[in-house]
Design a protein around this ligand. Structure first.
Ligand code: NI
Length: 178
């Protein structure tokens, strides 16, 4: 297994729409395992393929967090087949938007259809944190970030902060290599 580099916003690669996976073969299964390892290392509770530069419809998640027994979930071509009328507000963060958090309203419960790491079709009903994570990660497959769900005022503030950090980071690297 290998740790992958997580792309940090703003970056055009995070705005692309991802392509469906034709077959979950050994290479896809390895990518899923590497994504999960990268997510645990970060640490985070979810990761989508575009965040590691792969525009394929693949997400991984683990709602258990660091202290509980791991509950890894790997999905290819996830598709929401049902969602509840009831919505809930939940604070979200993103490994591609480090240190930034805000409340996002989403359907409370979902049922999602997907292909697992053995290329088998599966269906899962999720609520609470897992439901939030799956919806957040599926947004990444459409090039949508959680900040796209909040007010433009807050979004612009966050993106300005991230742009500034990126510039400072680049300057730092330039100084080190100079
Ligand atoms: Ni994210």
């Amino acid at each position: 297994m290998a740790l992958l580099e997580i792309i940090v916003a703003p970056d055009p690669r995070l705005k692309r729409k991802s392509e469906p996976v034709a077959t979950v073969d050994a290479a896809t299964a390895k990518l899923m395992a590497d994504m999960l390892e990268t997510m645990y290392d970060a640490p985070g509770v979810g990761l989508a393929a575009p965040q590691v530069g792969v525009t394929k419809r693949i997400i991984v998640a683990d709602p258990a967090g660091e202290k509980a027994t791991p509950q890894p979930i790997k999905m290819a071509n996830p598709e929401i087949v049902w969602f509840s009328e009831e919505k809930k507000l939940h604070e979200e963060g993103c490994l591609s938007l480090p240190q930034e958090y805000d409340n996002v309203e989403r359907p409370d419960k979902i049922r999602v259809k997907y292909i697992d790491e053995n290329n088998q079709p599966q269906e899962l009903e999720a609520d609470g944190l897992l439901s939030v994570i799956i919806q957040h990660e599926m947004d990444h497959l459409e090039g949508v970030l959680f900040v796209d769900h909040i007010s433009s005022l807050k979004r612009n503030m966050i993106m300005r902060r991230l742009t500034k950090q990126k510039k400072m980071g680049k300057r730092h690297v330039a100084m080190e290599t100079a």
